[in-house]
Write a protein that binds this ligand. Structure first.
Ligand SMILES: NC(=O)C1=CN([C@@H]2O[C@H](COP(=O)(O)OP(=O)(O)OC[C@H]3O[C@@H](n4cnc5c(N)ncnc54)[C@H](OP(=O)(O)O)[C@@H]3O)[C@@H](O)[C@H]2O)[C@@H](O)CC1
Ligand SMILES: Nc1ncnc2c1ncn2[C@@H]1O[C@H](COP(=O)(O)OP(=O)(O)O)[C@@H](O)[C@H]1O
Length: 274
C-alpha cells in the first residue's frame, strides 16, 4: 500500500550530531565530477551533501578538472582520479557516493560505477549514471546492492525500464525496485520512492519552483548526505525528497538550483526543533 511521504514517518531517524561526534564519524560523502567543462552538477551535489550534514565531503574528478573546481569550493575537498582503479581506491572509506550528474555517457562512466560498487559505500546513481546503462541494465543490476539508490526522472526511467511507465508511476516504481533490487526515486511533481522490500511512498509537498536545471543534482547530493550519516537508504531518499521540496517552496519565485542548499538550514531547523 502506498503511503504519503509524511515527515512523521522518518523524522525520528534524521541524523543529528552529538557531543561525541567528529566530522569523520558524522559521515563521509564522495561525489564524482564530470569533465573539466561539466563540473557544476557535482559541485551542486557536494554542497547539498555538506549542508544536509555529511561531515566530510570530497569531489573526485578527472585530473584536468582540478583547476576548475578548486577555486569554486571551500569546505569541499578535491581529489583527482585518472582511471576507474584509482577512483575505487580514492573512494574507499566513503560511507556514500554520488555518481552520474554530468558524468558523461561513455563506457568510462560504467567502469567507474563498477569500481565504486566494490567500495561497499551506498551508491546514489543519477542522470548519466543511469542513462549510460540504456539497453545494458543487466550490467547495472549486477553491481547494485539493496542499499543503493537510483534517482531517475521519467526520461531516465524510460531508458532503463522501457514501457514500464505504461503501468502507472506507482506500479512502475515498485517493479523497477524489485528488478534492480535497489531503492528507486522516480522524480516528478509527485515523486515516488520505492524500496526493494515493497515499501512505497508518494511525495505530496512537491514544488513546481524545482523545475529548473540542476535541482536533481542537488537532490542526489542530499540523499547521499543523509545516507553517508547512515540513515537507512529508503528513509534517506524519502527525507531528502520532502526536504528538497520544502526548500523549493520556501524559496519560491526566482529559485535556481544554486539557491536550494542555502535554504536547507531553515528546513532542517524546523525538523530539529519541533
Ligand atoms: N549544473 C550542471 O552542470 C547541470 C548539468 N546537468 C547534466 O547535463 C547533462 C545533460 O542533461 P539533460 O538535461 O540534457 O539530460 P536529460 O535530463 O536526460 O534530458 C534529455 C532528454 O530527456 C528527456 N527528459 C528530461 N527530463 C525529463 C523528465 N522529467 N521527464 C521526461 N523526459 C525528460 C527530454 O526529452 P524530450 O522530452 O525533450 O524528448 C530531454 O530532452 C547530464 O549529464 C546532466 O547531469 C543537468 O543536471 C543540469 C545541470
Ligand atoms: N513541476 C514540478 N513539480 C515538483 N517538482 C518538480 C517539478 N519539476 C521538477 N521537479 C523536481 O525537480 C527535480 C528535477 O530533477 P532532474 O530532472 O533530475 O533535473 P536536473 O537533471 O536538471 O538536475 C526533481 O527532484 C523533480 O521532482
Amino acid at each position: 500500500m502506498i503511503e504519503t511521504n509524511d515527515p512523521a514517518i522518518w523524522r525520528n531517524f534524521l541524523p543529528w550530531p552529538s557531543a561525541e561526534t567528529h566530522k569523520h564519524t558524522r559521515g563521509r560523502l564522495a561525489v564524482v565530477s564530470g569533465k573539466a567543462h561539466q563540473t557544476g552538477a557535482a559541485r551542486l551535489a557536494a554542497h547539498a551533501g555538506l549542508r544536509i550534514g555529511a561531515g566530510v565531503v570530497r569531489i573526485l574528478c578527472p585530473p584536468d578538472a582540478v583547476a576548475v573546481i578548486a577555486p569554486a569550493v571551500q569546505a569541499i575537498m578535491l581529489t583527482p582520479f585518472s582511471s576507474p582503479e584509482v577512483l575505487g581506491r580514492e573512494a574507499a572509506g566513503s560511507d556514500a557516493i554520488v555518481i552520474g550528474p554530468a558524468a558523461g555517457l561513455e563506457d568510462a562512466t560504467i567502469a567507474n560505477i563498477q569500481a565504486l560498487a566494490l567500495s561497499g559505500a551506498v551508491l546514489v546513481i543519477d542522470a548519466d549514471g543511469l542513462s549510460v546503462f540504456k539497453g545494458r541494465t543487466a550490467e547495472l543490476f549486477a553491481v547494485l546492492d539493496r542499499d543503493d539508490i537510483l534517482t531517475p526522472h521519467e526520461g531516465e526511467f524510460e531508458r532503463l525500464f522501457p514501457g514500464l511507465l505504461a503501468q502507472g508511476r506507482e506500479t512502475a516504481a515498485i517493479e523497477a525496485a524489485r528488478m534492480a533490487q535497489a531503492t528507486i526515486v522516480l522524480k516528478g511533481a509527485r515523486t515516488i520512492i520505492a524500496s526493494p522490500d515493497g515499501r512505497i511512498r508518494r511525495n505530496e509537498n512537491g514544488s513546481a519552483w524545482l523545475a529548473t536545471a540542476g535541482t536533481g543534482d542537488v537532490l542526489a547530493g542530499m540523499i547521499g548526505g543523509l545516507a553517508a550519516q547512515r540513515m537507512d537508504s529508503f528513509d534517506s531518499a524519502c527525507a531528502a525528497v520532502w526536504i528538497h521540496s520544502d526548500a523549493g517552496e520556501r524559496f519560491g519565485p526566482g529559485l535556481t538550483s544554486d539557491d536550494l542548499s542555502d535554504v536547507l538550514p531553515k528546513v532542517l531547523a524546523s525538523l530539529w526543533k519541533g
